[in-house]
Design a binder for this molecule. Structure first.
Ligand code: FES
Ligand code: FES
Length: 161
């Protein structure tokens, strides 16, 4: 089937109606149709994690999901998490600890890190590594990323003054 199909979904809290080709993946839909270019595309076959987004509260690889499969779903991208302030502490920690260089992996890393910290408030370094094992970084060597996430986990546990 090659005719565009209608889809309706929520992206970062806003309703989106569109017509898309059935073969269009969600990453390309977000980037090219909605100009949400914070979702990066690296390998395009589910390996690198650069395209990680949240669909119905679960992180998924947007290069492996068709846009038509997101019909009716609630999608959140790094722009949504960033604008709401949900990951502002993670972003600051990544900056402070040099956990990004080129930044290509960073949106996916932040999505994965936030997913972990929502599930576990005291993840071990091994657990952080494991949770991020599907997100590749060609620049940092990963230690600084683990440091940043560990620091945020600790800070979030601290009672507010
Ligand atoms: S671009 Fe989707 S996992 Fe690499
Ligand atoms: S900062 Fe360059 S790929 Fe991770």
């Amino acid at each position: 089937m090659t005719a565009p199909m209608p889809i309706s979904l929520h992206v970062n809290g806003e309703k989106v109606d569109a017509h898309v080709l059935p073969r269009l993946n969600l990453a390309d839909f977000l980037r090219e149709h909605l100009q949400l270019t914070g979702t990066h595309v690296g390998c395009e076959h589910g390996v690198c994690g650069a395209c990680t987004v949240r669909v119905n509260d679960e992180i998924i690889r947007a290069c492996l999901m068709l846009a038509v499969q997101a019909h009716g779903a609630a999608v959140q991208t790094i722009e949504g998490l960033s604008d709401s302030g949900e990951v502002s502490d993670l972003q600051a920690a990544f900056r402070d600890r040099n956990a990004l260089q080129c930044g290509y992996c960073t949106p996916g890393m932040l999505m994965a890190a936030q997913d972990l910290l929502k599930q576990q408030s005291t993840p071990s370094r091994d657990k952080i590594r494991e949770h991020l094992s599907g997100n590749y970084c060609r620049c940092t060597g990963y230690h600084a990323i683990i440091d940043a996430i560990e620091a945020v986990a600790k800070a979030r546990r601290r009672p507010a003054p």
